[in-house]
Design a protein around this ligand. Structure first.
Ligand SMILES: [Zn+2]
Ligand SMILES: [Zn+2]
Length: 252
């Protein structure tokens, strides 16, 4: 998790706040670190998710595929922060958070199973309960794959099963394209939609999803930032005895 003290930014010319921390060449802070609505082009060369058009003709809406940033922007006219995520981005970021618990150094994967905007279950790739972790005892590699851990999707399905929770009709938010086995397990569990932001090698997931009529949505990776500005929320106060620059919010 990123400490709120490290994500404070100066106001941009639009009044929006840059969630990326990238700086516009004008010295003003670009609202997102992408194409600057002042008319100058941000060095990233990416598309401006504010929807504002650059008067110079540079930059602009050039991406054909809908990006996560497009989905994230909530117009401030409603009085909401511009970083307020869409539901898809919200659950993908939860999947990213789940992946932080992964115990295999070969890959970190997270999965969140959601029904009717309700988190039913979460999982990450990790060993069986009570068994040694890859990080402590090493990976068990068979045919090029570590078999010590269950994959995130399987662990999420197993968690739901242990608690008797319904998965029929649910959506799986996964940090990466499921492997063939996980794809089949998701389908058999009744998952009807899968949302991912990165690929996985040698998987037949898309073929099986197509056969089963499961909707597959590819999005770009959400920003790796959690927006929580405790210092500037008017009704929230940091604990007084932890209010210094070395408090524990940035450490494990
Ligand atoms: Zn491993
Ligand atoms: Zn898998």
């Amino acid at each position: 998790m990123i400490c709120s003290r490290k994500t404070k930014h100066n106001p941009s010319p639009t009044g929006l706040t840059c969630p990326t921390g990238l700086t516009c060449p004008t010295g003003l802070t670009c609202p997102t670190g992408l194409t600057c609505p002042t008319g100058l082009t941000c060095p990233t060369g990416l598309t401006c998710p504010t929807g504002l058009t650059c008067p110079t003709g540079q930059g602009g809406q050039s991406e054909k595929r809908m990006t996560v940033m497009d989905l994230q922007i909530i117009k401030s006219a409603a009085g909401e922060p511009e970083y307020r995520p869409s539901w898809d981005v919200y659950f993908l970021k939860l999947a990213m958070l789940a992946s932080e618990r992964a115990t295999c150094p070969r890959m970190h994967c997270g999965c969140v199973l959601v029904n009717d905007r309700h988190v039913v279950s979460t999982g990450y790739n990790g060993s069986l309960p009570g068994s040694p972790h890859c990080y402590t005892d090493g990976c068990m590699v068979v045919d090029g794959h570590c078999v010590r851990t269950n994959h995130a999707e399987i662990n999420a399905i197993c968690q739901a099963a242990r608690h008797g929770l319904q998965l029929a009709g649910a959506t799986a938010y996964v940090t990466n394209m499921p492997c063939t086995s996980c794809a089949k397990a998701l389908i058999a569990a009744g998952i009807r939609r899968v949302v991912v932001f990165s690929d996985y090698h040698d998987t037949l997931a898309e073929r099986f999803f197509n056969e089963a009529g499961v909707e597959l949505t590819r999005l770009t990776m959400p920003e790796q930032i959690i927006h929580y500005d405790l210092d500037n929320f008017s009704s929230a106060k940091p604990f007084a005895n932890l209010d210094d620059e070395t408090d524990s919010c940035c450490t494990q």
